[in-house]
Ligand binder design. Structure first.
Ligand code: V47
Length: 380
């Protein structure tokens, strides 16, 4: 018998873990609003009336990539029109500008550049540390970390490579590159990229080093609902392990569901997920990932209007002021994709929540203009 929303709600209220069958019932329910309400009950149990946002800057240091993933419109080959790579100086300048403007975080990801040496990445981190010592550096997806290990000629030493990057200034890993943890989808849509086992291994090694990481799921292309639930299940198991390792271990901080944006990709013939699907997916993530503290909505991909609605469907966090983003562009936007604190705060208040600025580690930030400090550090 298919589990009903009422049965599932009773389990959610009792703090019990949902099965994949129950996850499927959530995906299939026609009662979207009840699903969103249920997800929001969990979100409010964890965070009350608070909703987080951050002041950050994204940097995509190159679009030159050894891979050719079908869902991706960002990558270029070296001689293609529009191929670019930033040198270390340019990235450090960007970080210094971000810090001067009051950002707390720099989020750096890029293509798998075929010929930059390992030292380019460690130099990049050190230069940022020197020019912008207060910025938290969240950088390099698990896919890039495996690539860096290869170019450092230490393909089997992920832990050592992460240690070197941490020593150079890396603060945490973003959640990108996970796509969907399924071999069929992998082989059809992003062949050549690391598979789920490797992605999870990188995050697990980072957790062992005490580093926090994020997780994503890219949905609404050629994956099935079963694939999405399997992905969530693997994440939740990996998080169980991180939590069991004790407080010195890092862990997944947040899940960011990423809606597939077809424009200019090889999968452009697909429609991409609808608004209803985006709300449903976010709510299911909140309900299935019971050991994740946060669910983040990335307005760049969801739009700020949808992000606002998502705050009533299980999301507790909006990323962020962003400024510059090249990987996806919605509705004809350019790489300059920026919002300001005023708009984020208004979106959160409109949704009925209390805005709290956070740093990368979800500590409340106290701010006066571009000057800020972490509340916890002064015992507030
Ligand atoms: O890794 C690429 C995805 C990711 C498309 O950790 C696409 O805080 C949709 O991971 N349609 C990068 N998605 C973004 C990302 C992220 C964003 C915000 C915050 C955090 C965090 C992480 O975007 C890529 C890939 O999975 N992506 N192409 C596309 N056409």
């Amino acid at each position: 018998m298919t589990p009903t929303l009422k049965d599932i709600a009773a389990k959610v209220d009792a703090g019990q873990r949902l099965s994949l069958e129950e996850g499927m019932a959530l995906f299939r329910t026609s009662d979207l609003w009840e699903l969103c309400r249920l997800a929001n009950r969990v979100r409010e149990r964890l965070h009350g009336r608070r909703a987080y946002y951050n002041v950050n800057r994204h940097v995509n240091y190159t679009n030159i990539c050894a891979l050719s993933c079908k869902f991706c419109s960002f990558y270029r080959k070296k001689d293609d029109d529009g191929a670019y790579e930033f040198d270390v100086q340019a990235i450090a300048d960007e970080a210094a500008a971000a810090e001067a403007a009051g950002a707390t975080e720099i989020h750096i990801v890029g293509g798998l550049h075929p010929w930059q040496p390992f030292s380019y990445y460690t130099d990049m981190l050190r230069a940022i540390r020197e020019r912008a010592p207060k910025l938290h550096i969240k950088a390099f997806t698990a896919v890039e970390i495996v690539h860096l290990a290869r170019i450092a000629k230490r393909p089997n030493d992920i832990a050592g490579v992460l240690r070197d990057l941490k020593e150079a200034g890396l603060g945490s890993l973003p959640g990108g590159g996970a796509e969907v943890f399924d071999d069929r989808v992998h082989d059809e849509a992003f062949k050549g990229k690391i598979r789920s086992d490797k992605w999870l291994q990188v995050h697990c090694e980072a957790h062992k080093l005490g580093m926090n990481t994020n997780a994503t799921i890219l949905y609404g292309h050629i994956e099935s609902l079963e694939d999405r639930l399997h992905h969530m299940d693997l994440l939740r198991s990996a998080q169980d392990e991180a939590i069991a390792a004790g407080p010195a271990s890092g862990r997944f901080q947040t899940i960011i569901p990423l809606p597939f944006i077809p424009d200019e990709s090889e999968l452009e013939h697909l429609p991409g997920p609808s608004g209803v699907e985006n709300l449903r997916m976010l709510a299911v993530c909140r309900l299935m990932l019971d050991n994740f503290a946060h669910v983040k909505t990335f307005w760049i991909m969801q739009t700020l209007e949808m992000a606002e609605l998502m705050l009533q469907a299980g999301a507790d966090d909006i990323d962020g002021t962003v400024v510059w983003y090249d990987i996806t562009k919605v509705g004809g936007s350019d790489t300059h994709q920026e919002t300001d604190v005023k708009r984020l705060v208004r979106a959160i208040r409109d949704a009925g929540y209390e805005p709290v600025e956070r740093d990368t580690l979800y500590r409340p930030v106290l701010r006066e203009g571009a000057q800020w400090r972490v509340a916890e550090a002064v015992g507030v």
